[in-house]
Design a protein around this ligand. Structure first.
Ligand code: ARG
Length: 358
């Protein structure tokens, strides 16, 4: 099958957009305009409401996301006219602050111009550095080992802590990358405490408030927005079962289990499982205590089932990637585990992109 042309992609998105927004009466005139632009210039621009709706449908089509019940509520910061590096940094800091919203996190996307070669080099706007020690061990988030090295190459001074936020690094085609430290006053780190196991609080773990993905391409109507950072709020297991627990991330299960006094040589003691539950409880407890919005996996699963019913009612098939929708912990206790899903990719959508580095 050959890749559809820009004209075909534009037509298929605009048809969907005008149909779902009940603007069919405006379609013909608009299509004529778009077709003309593609013919004359090989490109076209989305109108504000077309882009706005596209970001939302792209979320609705994101097969790996369990949080899609709220797809209509994406806040869109249209930054397509922003040009200078300075103004891009300002817009990104604004995004961090607006999305955080004093803890009542808002799902937000900032869309930068698709035709100026703007790229954000960070995988997420917020993320912790990693430093390799002489003995080969790593302090920080191993996920960012290579990216941290890039930052240091660019002149960022390593700080050698376990939870150091990386600077934001951006690039424009044909220009050298530039970095800036995120201003302190827009950063919220949550200290992880357990409600009754003090030994877990003693580990002094932290996590950042908002997951703002910045290395995916938003594709709407054939236009590819390579710089379009977007965020939701965390589901607890992302932090408790993966970021802090995976062996190639913070790898804290043995540490937590030891703090809990469990025998980590005895597989039958289920020490990993016990440590996971307590770590997850600590994450949920700490975010709630800090007033930062977070959702537990049981509620998220319920919301996803509601999303599936809502979509069915509106006559659409839900596509989903079961292996991502099912939470990494206690899968079978959630209804999504017992639900069949079809992993078919529709447009608009968010797609992975290659790193700009390494
Ligand atoms: N899993 C990623 C992380 O732990 C974030 C992915 C997006 N998550 C979200 N709740 N919107 O940082």
């Amino acid at each position: 099958m050959t890749e559809p042309t820009l004209r075909e992609k534009a037509k298929s998105y605009l048809t969907l957009c005008y149909r779902e927004l009940n603007k069919q009466d405006l379609f013909d005139k608009r299509w004529e305009e778009v077709e003309q632009s593609i013919r004359d210039r090989g490109m076209y621009e989305l109108l504000d409401f077309e882009l706005d709706y596209g970001t939302k449908v792209a979320w609705r089509n994101s097969n790996k996301c369990i949080g899609r019940l709220f797809w209509r509520s994406m806040e869109v910061m249209d930054q397509r006219s922003v040009d200078s590096m300075e103004a891009i940094f300002t817009a990104l800091f604004e995004h961090i602050d607006f999305a955080y919203n004093g803890g009542n996190i808002r799902s937000t996307i900032s869309v930068f111009n698709a035709h100026k070669g703007i790229r954000i080099m960070n995988p997420q706007l917020l993320g912790f550095a990693a430093y390799e020690q002489e003995d080969g061990s790593i302090i920080g988030d191993p996920k960012h080992l290579r990216f941290t090295k890039e930052c240091v190459k660019l002149g960022w001074a390593p700080k050698n802590g376990a939870f150091d936020l990386l600077p934001i690094v951006i690039k424009k085609e044909g220009e050298a990358p530039a970095w800036k430290e995120i201003p302190d006053d827009i950063i919220t780190l949550v200290s992880i405490e357990h409600p009754n196991i003090k030994a877990i609080s003693d580990l002094k773990l932290k996590w950042y408030s908002t997951p703002i993905i910045s290395n995916m391409t938003l594709e709407v109507g054939g236009i590819e927005f390579m710089a379009s950072p977007f965020n939701g709020w965390y589901m607890g297991t992302e932090i408790g079962s993966r970021n802090l627990a995976d062996e190639d991330r913070y790898n804290l299960l043995p540490v937590v289990a030891k703090q809990m006094g469990l025998d980590i040589r005895d597989k039958n003691s289920l020490w990993k499982d016990r440590a996971l539950v307590e770590l997850n409880q600590a994450v949920l407890y700490s975010f709630r205590k800090a007033g930062v919005k977070i959702i537990d996996h049981h509620s998220a699963s319920k919301q996803f089932m509601q999303f599936m019913r809502q979509e069915a009612k509106e006559g659409r098939d839900v596509t989903a990637d079961w292996s991502w929708i099912v939470p990494p912990t206690s899968g079978s206790t959630t209804q999504v585990f017992h639900t069949e899903m079809e992993d078919v990719t529709h447009s608009p959508n968010y797609f992975y992109q290659e790193n700009t580095w390494g």
